[in-house]
Design a protein around this ligand. Structure first.
Ligand code: TNX
Length: 556
């Protein structure tokens, strides 16, 4: 039996309560009284009671074996922790002769999986399409299968073979990520390792995410990062089952996306960044390449053009967007809140329409982020007027609008999404209007905050966020109910971040914790257990050459 019917799978806590109850009955009642009473009953009633009791004990024992993987950190150090895991005994061994079968609809997922397996093992597998369970590893897509949600999967490993089954390619992809984590960490190496036995512990897993939005944000405006860096970041996200990459493509310090009808944006506005560097921008072709790379890993790219504030680079490129029609100098500092588009100038909306039109053709995802944060220069009524007009433009290009929490003051479309970063009152205003919330709470989730006072890069305005602070909280904070939360997203602002090594240092391992917050059940998260799993996860990061922060809180 691969999958245990949903009703049988019950929460760890329920099992514990039942076991405690049974134990209480045995310990605190006079057992002899019960036995004497039993002996006096007619024989058929005695049989009935004994059988029922036996069945109960069997049921409880099998439930206990089905505990979520909390206690199994050492054998199954998975991050994020899966919903249900039934531990087994023994191992499956992968050899160069192992056969692999992949459903036709899962071909791309299979390519990804075989590429990672091949890099470190050196085994050159070719997959067959016959997924009748005959191969050693079977990656099966069965749309009719009874899986919880579109991203769920089941994974069964026994000593003879492995089977992952999912209703969608996304589910299969996440199943493959879990399987890869079950191998020794060297499986992530980019060169062939011949000293390791490629074994996988016997296990049954059934899993699905808690939130549909599991994101990270990269600010490529304060410092520019090239396509290679973004692809590496996408790979690291995929490995943690994250599925949304929000790219902050414009700010005071730089404009990072080619807009053909407004070429100065990239050519001039893209030529600066914080400090000395020369900035840069993505051509539309490069951006499409990033989008496709993300799609192949089930990560949707969300482009953000921040407005009406955070617009110095645009104002410097096209002076007519300014109230005084004078182009300001390019800006290389780190202040915020000083720039603003000319809100009552119609040509500003023609400009925005050009940008949104081009952006929506190169960004097939359903969302466009319009920023809307920290506009110190505009009065509230003017701000609302602006956001309402921009929202109409976004929807005219068939995209759903996302904005930082300040946009909740405007007349939001029902499908618009509010990104909560600081003020709960603004998030709640969005909820009242029926809008969904992405939680990016600065004091818990800003990846540019330092780990401790002496962290060499990063900021501290929202607080110091060590690994425990980042992990040990729940996004459904008081006043924000689970059903209003679309998911979570951890932003990395890059005022102080100059290289990919810097990105990795601030993101890892905190992002692993956010991935677990986004994917796993709240009841299954436990700091002590997480610490043990993270120590092992460090080896996976090592194998990928990630420059992560070796927090003293973890016994690496
Ligand atoms: C706040 S959060 C900002 C960014 C800064 C960041 C620095 C938000 C919507 N805006 O403009 O880069 O703090 O931590």
């Amino acid at each position: 039996m691969i999958f245990i019917a949903e009703k049988v799978i019950i929460n760890n806590l329920v099992v514990k309560a039942l076991v405690r109850r049974l134990w209480g009955i045995i310990m605190y009642s006079n057992v002899m009284d019960h036995i004497t009473f039993l002996m006096q009953l007619p024989e058929n009633e005695q049989k009935f009671i004994c059988l029922t009791l036996g069945a109960c004990i069997f049921f409880l024992a099998s439930c206990a074996a089905l505990q979520p993987s909390g206690g199994a950190a050492s054998t199954y150090p998975l991050i994020p922790i899966p919903q249900y895991l039934m531990a087994g005994e023994g191992f499956f061994f992968l050899t160069k002769n192992s056969s692999i079968a992949i459903s036709e609809e899962g071909e791309k997922v299979g390519e990804y999986f075989l590429h990672i397996l091949g890099r470190s093992t050196g085994y050159l597998f070719t997959a067959s399409k016959n997924t009748q369970g005959k191969a050693d590893i079977n990656l099966v897509i069965d749309p009719g299968s009874d899986f919880p949600g579109p991203e769920g999967y089941g994974l069964e490993v026994n000593e003879k073979n492995i089977k992952i089954i999912a209703a969608t390619p996304a589910g299969l992809f996440y199943g493959c990520q879990t399987l890869l984590q079950l191998f020794p960490p060297e499986i992530y190496s980019t060169r062939i390792i011949s000293t390791v036995k490629w074994k996988v512990p016997v296990v049954t897993i059934r899993d699905k995410p808690r939130f549909t939005w599991r994101g990270a944000m990269l600010d490529v405006a304060r410092h520019f990062f090239n396509v290679q860096d973004i692809k590496r970041f996408i790979d690291l996200m995929a490995f943690h089952k994250l599925n949304r990459l929000h790219m902050h493509l414009s700010d005071d310090q730089g404009w990072r996306i080619e807009i053909k009808s407004r070429p100065a944006l990239a050519l001039h506005g893209g030529s600066s960044q914080v400090g000395e560097g020369q900035g840069g921008y993505y051509t539309q072709e490069e951006f499409k390449e990033i989008v496709q790379y993300g799609l192949d890993r089930f990560i949707t790219i969300i482009p953000e053009i921040d407005m009406p504030g955070h617009t110095n680079a645009a104002l410097s490129s096209y002076p007519e967007l300014n109230i005084d029609n004078i182009a300001p100098e390019l800006y290389r500092g780190t202040n915020v809140g000083f720039s603003c588009l000319d809100i009552y100038n119609e040509s500003v909306y023609e400009f925005i329409n050009d940008v949104m039109r081009e952006l929506s053709t190169i960004s097939p995802g359903p969302y466009i982020h319009i920023g809307g944060d920290e506009v110190d220069k505009a009065k509230k009524t003017d701000y609302i007027y602006f956001i309402n007009k921009v929202q109409d433009i976004v929807y005219s290009h068939n995209k759903e609008m996302i904005g930082w929490e300040e946009v909740s003051q405007a007349d939001l479309n029902q499908s618009a999404i509010v990104q909560y970063w600081k003020k709960l009152t603004l998030a709640k205003q969005g909820i009242k209007k029926g809008n969904r919330i992405i939680v990016s709470l600065a004091k818990k989730m800003y990846l540019d905050m330092k780990y401790n006072e002496s962290t060499p890069i990063g900021q501290n305005w929202a607080g110091i966020i060590n690994l425990k602070d980042a992990y040990l909280w729940d996004p459904a904070i008081p006043g924000l109910h689970e059903q209003h939360i679309l998911g979570i997203e951890a932003p990395l602002w890059t005022e102080s971040v100059q290289t990919m090594k810097d990105i990795e240092y601030l993101c890892f391992p905190r992002l692993a914790g956010y991935a677990e917050l986004a994917w796993s059940d709240e009841n299954d998260r436990d700091w002590k257990d997480y610490k043990a799993r993270l120590a092992h996860h460090g080896k996976r990061l090592d194998a990928q050459g990630v420059n992560y922060y070796k927090s003293p809180l973890i016994d690496w």
